[in-house]
Write a protein that binds this ligand. Structure first.
Ligand code: FAD
Ligand code: SF4
Length: 502
């Protein structure tokens, strides 16, 4: 029997199950990696995302070759043609691959007509297996992230003092999420100069015009495991101390604050979640770092990331089609062109995404996604945009974060209330409003901030549905106190805004 291993673009790890299984038989096993231009043209992907994935794949192929694997690297229109040719040429009788992270790609792989057996090996790039998550989810009444996270802390013995959490509490959020101060000095992110391989990919993406979205250069992302490890080290030494306190703050021109920037590498397989958590925990004990920051960060990786992946596989395949609020507006054009909006918070965030493919969590949730939610944009349209525009976007992480967390389109599977907010929140957590042509305090009138009239219009449009969620009663009581004249004005202003988009 001749074994072939197909290494997918988001499984770039020597620890992945298929490579691990045959690491003692490198000479006898054939390995293939495939770039498919049809796949890349499925969406208007950010050009840096294409460069990142393909350059990381090409670097990983080189690493495998140097390590003694027999590697074929195919650049093709589709996946099936080079796969069939390689299977025939190498006389492969069993094609092994680590299970893809995205459900639709798994189905695609299973549907391929191959002249050999197909063997999917379990995905080992998350701490929880699908079966373990399912067992946890089936035993409880609620699918609360907080419960899941505490279970994870105990199961993997992270920041535990016996059976109790280190520091006596499970979370230190009261010390976290502070508004930005004027005098903050943030660390510069670590950047990497493109090498020959990356330059070749940049030229290829430019020449083939796969997409016109996003600046392709300067391209500063790491493309190898060594570089990903440097990003993690930089985060631990330069950013972790202040991570918690300013986790939610947004400052003009400060694009990365104290965030780690590791999501692209975790999602490609260049970093493993277990090693990230261990390194951060070890730094806490070694350097006596603030527990609020360390716990706050570990919660992101051990809690949120694992939980989102677990929910994605736990829910049915139609999860991504949900639309609890029945929102159907098309995505405004300015999402693809930051200069086409004069809402400063959106303009700043969209500009930085065009230039880097990255925005931090609160920019994603409380600026971009919040706007889409309160304005009534179709959850599927905004999900497609997020998936295209972000350097770290994949189906599993997009559906849960955008459809579930951001748009509440699942009706509350993973959030107990929608993340909807007016300009008040953005003004508290950023400096964007002070330089905006809209007035953050006005709900109606020529200078009224669209986040204000859309927010109140959203509450009014959906008051019946929202009142079924206990946690919305306080804000709905403010709505009740609003005069019918003001509400009518707000509604007209929201409708007029949409008419002007046409
Ligand atoms: P940090 O703030 O430094 O956090 C550390 C790590 O925690 C991240 O790298 C990530 O791996 C993990 N993490 C934290 N929150 C989440 C979460 N909600 N879901 C999954 N992982 C989490 N994350 C992606 O990896 N890809 C996406 O395409 C993506 N899209 C998002 C869209 C929306 C609307 C929202 C609200 C969140 C999205 N997230 C996504 C989650 C989160 O915003 C990013 O993981 C994070 O901003 C990445 O930047 P960082 O590495 O600097 O993160
Ligand atoms: Fe954004 Fe409104 Fe603030 Fe302008 S005033 S930055 S549109 S929240």
């Amino acid at each position: 029997m001749t074994i072939g291993i197909w290494v997918l673009g988001d499984r770039l790890s020597q620890q992945q199950t298929a490579l691990k299984k045959y690491e003692g038989k490198k000479q006898e096993v054939a390995v293939i990696l495939i770039e498919s231009s049809n796949y890349a043209r499925q969406r208007l992907y950010h050009r840096q995302k294409l460069v990142l994935v393909w350059s990381a794949m090409r670097h990983f192929a080189e690493e495998l070759k140097q390590d003694g694997w027999q590697v074929t690297y195919a650049i093709a229109v589709d996946f099936i043609t080079p796969l069939q040719e390689w299977i025939k040429a190498k006389k492969i009788s069993e094609l092994s691959l680590t299970e893809p992270s995205d459900r639709s790609f798994t189905e695609f792989v299973k549907s391929l007509e191959l002249n050999c057996q197909l063997k999917l090996l379990p995905d080992n790039h998350f701490l929880w297996t699908k079966a373990e998550f399912q067992a946890w989810a089936d035993q409880g009444k609620r699918l609360l992230m907080e419960d899941f996270y505490r279970e994870g802390r105990k199961r993997f013995k992270i920041l535990m003092a016996g059976k109790k959490p280190v520091g006596g509490k499970w979370n230190f959020d009261k010390q976290n999420r502070q508004p930005p101060k004027q005098s903050l000095t943030t660390p510069d992110p670590i950047t990497f100069k493109p090498d020959t391989i990356t330059h070749e990919v940049i030229d290829w993406v430019n020449a083939k015009e796969f997409s016109n979205y996003g600046e392709i250069e300067p391209f500063n992302w790491g493309v190898t495991r060594q570089q990903a490890l440097q990003v993690l080290e930089h985060f631990i030494t330069k950013c972790l101390t202040n991570f918690g306190a300013y986790q939610d703050a947004m400052i003009t021109g400060e694009r990365t604050m104290w965030h780690s920037l590791i999501s692209p590498y975790l999602n490609l397989g260049l970093l493993e979640p277990a090693e990230v958590i261990s390194a951060v925990e070890a730094a806490y004990y070694r350097q006596e770092l603030p527990l609020n920051s360390v716990e706050g960060f570990i919660r992101q990786v051990l809690g949120w990331r694992e939980y989102m992946n677990g929910i994605y596989h736990y829910m049915d395949a139609n999860y991504g089609d949900r639309n609890w609020f029945e929102h159907h507006h098309s995505l405004p054009d300015f999402f693809w062109d930051a200069n086409a909006t004069n809402m400063n918070c959106l303009h700043q965030t969209l500009t930085q995404i065009e230039e880097t493919g990255y925005a931090h969590h609160i920019q994603r949730l409380m600026v971009l996604s919040n706007f889409a939610l309160i304005a009534g944009i179709s959850p599927q349209e905004i999900e497609n945009w997020f998936h295209s525009a972000f350097i770290d976007g994949y189906d599993w992480v997009m559906q849960t974060n955008v459809i579930g967390m951001g748009q509440f389109a699942d009706g509350g599977v993973l959030a107990s209330k929608p993340y909807a907010a007016s300009a008040n929140y953005i003004n508290k957590m950023s400096d964007y409003c002070s330089d905006c042509s809209y007035n953050r305090s006005d709900r109606t009138g020529e200078k009224a901030c669209p986040f204000n009239f859309f927010y109140w219009d959203f509450l009014s449009r959906h008051r019946d549905r929202l009142s079924s969620l206990g946690r919305m009663n306080l804000v709905l009581s403010h709505l009740k106190r609003m005069s019918s004249e003001e509400l009518a004005q707000i509604q007209t202003q929201a409708e007029t805004w949409w008419q002007q988009q046409k």
